[in-house]
Design a protein around this ligand. Structure first.
Ligand code: URA
Length: 234
C-alpha cells in the first residue's frame, strides 16, 4: 500500500489532505528527512509533524466506560468514541465496539478494527464469559442463583431459554453475574425476571481480561499477550 493511502486510512485526512501534508513537508522519517506520497510503507519510521503515526490496523482497545455514554454513533448525546482520539473515528477499516454496553452501564468495553477478531469475541460459539457487578434496588430473594443457573429461564420476547449463568452473592443487594452469551439488556432483564431492579451495572471482565488499574474514561491499546489473555480462562 502507498504511504499516502496508509496515512489517510489512519484518519489523518482524505487522500487529498494527506497529499498536501506531503507537499508541505509535514511527513518525514524518524531522522527528519521529508518523505513522499509514493515512498514505501515503513509504519514505525514515519512521523507526522514530528510525531509517530497512530497504531496500525489490527487494533484492539479497551475502554473503562463511564456511565452516560452510548455505544452507537447514531445516538444523541455523548458517545464512547468521544473518549478516544478524534482521528480514531475516521479510520479505515472502521474501529467498532465489540458488542455494546447500555448508556447507564460502566466498565470494560472493547473496540477493534479486526472483523475476524470481533466475530471470535462475540460469537456464541466462543462463549467468552462476561462478568458484571450489579447493585440491586431490592434484596436478593435467595433462589436467584438457582434460577439463573437453571438454563431454563426465558426472558420476554425471546424464543430460547438463557444459557446457565453464575451468580455470586456479595451481600443482600450486590452480586456478580457471569454470562456466556450477550442478549439485549440481558443483565437488567434477568434481574427484572426475578422481580428485582438493577440500580448500577459495571462490567469487570471479558474472558481472561480485566480492567486492571485503567482509570474511568481512559482507554488502552492491547498488545498480543493481552489479546491472548482474552481467550485464556479467567
Ligand atoms: N446487560 C445489560 O443489561 N446491560 C449491559 O449494558 C450489558 C449487559
Amino acid at each position: 500500500m502507498k504511504l499516502v493511502k496508509h496515512i489517510a486510512n489512519l484518519g489523518y485526512g482524505s487522500r487529498k489532505d494527506v497529499q498536501w501534508m506531503f507537499r508541505e513537508g509535514r511527513i518525514t522519517d524518524a531522522a527528519g528527512e521529508v518523505l513522499y506520497a509514493d515512498d514505501p510503507l515503513d509504519h514505525d519510521n514515519v512521523r507526522v509533524d514530528g510525531e509517530p503515526l497512530d497504531l496500525p490496523p489490527g487494533l484492539l482497545l479497551m475502554l473503562n466506560k463511564p456511565v452516560g455514554y452510548t455505544c452507537s454513533m447514531k445516538d444523541p448525546g455523548r458517545i464512547v468514541y468521544d473518549l478516544l482520539p478524534p482521528r480514531f473515528r475516521l479510520r479505515s477499516p472502521t474501529l467498532s465496539t465489540v458488542g455494546r454496553l447500555d448508556r447507564e452501564t460502566s466498565g470494560l468495553l472493547l473496540f477493534t478494527d479486526d472483523g475476524q477478531l470481533l466475530h471470535r469475541i462475540i460469537s456464541p460459539k466462543s462463549k467468552l464469559p462476561k462478568v458484571y457487578l450489579a447493585t440491586l434496588a431490592d434484596d436478593l430473594r435467595g433462589d436467584d442463583a438457582a434460577i439463573f443457573a437453571s438454563g431454563t429461564l426465558m426472558l420476554d420476547n425471546e424464543t430460547t431459554p438463557l444459557l446457565p449463568a453464575e451468580l455470586e452473592v456479595i451481600d443482600a443487594c450486590h452480586a456478580r453475574l457471569t454470562l456466556h452469551e450477550g442478549r439485549y439488556h440481558q443483565v437488567r432483564r434477568m434481574f427484572a425476571a426475578v422481580g428485582n431492579h438493577v440500580e448500577a451495572l459495571h462490567r469487570e471482565r471479558i474472558g481472561g481480561l480485566g480492567l486492571d488499574d485503567l482509570p474511568e474514561g481512559q482507554w488502552r491499546a492491547l498488545d498480543a499477550p493481552h489479546q491472548q489473555a482474552l481467550f485464556a480462562p479467567a
